[in-house]
Write a protein that binds this ligand. Structure first.
Ligand code: UDP
Length: 339
């Protein structure tokens, strides 16, 4: 059984490909390498002993996508391919709407025409905005997203809800909290393009001396230590949730399924807690300075992930410290590669 993984050489995509192969799925990757690198394919092979079929093209090229569907017996898709820089999405919104939505719709059209079901969409807790109550469960009302990136996730979810209902398809929307960490082999991890926006890559590069100092965006939030709180989920745990969600769709006897799951640890950690945990886990200092709040940031977000545990038998297993150790090992691997 072949599963199409779009964006399969990206950060979460590559970890998910490994888990799919470990669960005996045949994987076909389409990735345009816009925010990923070819050596990740070699590393997936090194980890699993199997080299997935790989097509390097942009999913907006419908004619190439059609050829992939002609050539393989595809029975499901996990869709990671998307532009994801929140800040850039505010200055280049059309790039985000076009890239994230056209590529999604192209895959869905193939599904419709060929009568394929089983579609997993990579969504985000950003669809909740600043929720009124913590923890955030799947019934928490959605608020207008702060960024165009976030809006593409909300729109993607809407498209999939209609797709599932109108064409009787099995769909799973996975709302990730903050993914962190790297593969325990240190052969896969996040490859931030340019200066990282996200906390953990920035912390890691600061510890490595690539950045001088971490800027902590705000210490005047109404939280215990004044810094903002997020739910940091280990990327391998997250990858495993995709396999569980896919198996549930494949095994479901219903024609139409619309699953929605929050994927987080259920525990909030502040920015300062992350910095301290990194220092402790890796025994390296992370110099930082306190700066004003970053525009668009919310105060606190952490998941209630009970539904995923109940229905998928999945829960987060890896501690913040363990995850941050893998990030550091990955950084060392990258340093060695570059030298
Ligand atoms: N953050 C920070 N300095 C950085 C990057 C992030 O203080 O260089 C903070 C940010 O303000 C937020 C948290 O870390 O409170 C997580 O930010 P990230 O961009 O990783 O994720 P998101 O904002 O999507 O939750």
């Amino acid at each position: 059984m072949s599963i199409l993984v779009t964006g399969g050489l990206g950060y979460i995509g590559s970890h998910t490909v490994v888990e799919l192969i470990n669960n005996n799925f045949d994987v076909i990757i389409v990735d345009d390498l816009s925010n990923s690198e070819k050596f990740i394919l070699d590393n997936i092979e090194e980890i699993t002993g199997k080299r997935p079929i790989f097509y390097p093209f942009d999913l907006r090229r419908k004619e190439l996508l059609t050829q992939v569907f002609d050539a393989h017996n595809i029975e499901g898709c996990i869709n990671f391919a998307a532009s994801k820089a929140v800040g850039e999405s505010m200055t280049e919104p059309l790039k985000y709407y076009e890239n994230n939505l056209f590529s999604l719709i192209n895959v869905l059209q193939e599904f419709k025409e060929r009568n394929i079901s089983n579609f997993i969409f990579s969504s985000s807790c950003t669809v909740y905005g600043q929720a009124d109550e913590m923890p955030i469960d799947e019934n928490t009302p959605l608020k207008e997203a702060e960024s165009s990136y976030g809006k593409t996730k909300q729109m993607g979810e809407d498209i999939l809800k209609d797709f599932s209902r109108a064409y009787q398809k099995k769909v799973s929307l996975l709302r990730y909290f903050n993914p962190i960490g790297a593969h325990p082999t240190a052969l896969l991890g996040e490859l931030p393009a340019g200066i990282p926006n996200n906390l953990v890559p920035y912390v890691t590069q600061t510890a490595a001396g690539i950045r001088e100092k971490l800027s902590i965006w705000g210490d005047d939030y109404p939280t215990e230590d004044g810094t903002a709180v997020r739910d940091y989920i280990y990327v391998v745990d997250l990858a495993k949730a995709h396999v569980a969600a896919l198996k549930k769709l494949l095994n479901s006897e219903n024609e139409t399924v619309l699953d929605i799951y929050n994927l987080g640890t259920g525990k909030g950690s502040s920015v300062l807690e992350v910095v301290k945990a990194f220092e402790l886990a890796n025994n390296v200092p992370v110099p930082y300075q306190i700066c004003p709040r970053r525009e668009g940031d919310i105060t606190v977000a952490y998941a209630n992930a009970d539904k995923a545990e109940k229905e998928l038998g999945w829960k987060s297993e890896t501690s913040l410290e363990e995850s941050l150790k893998t990030t550091w090992e990955w950084q060392k691997y990258l340093n060695d590669r570059n030298n």
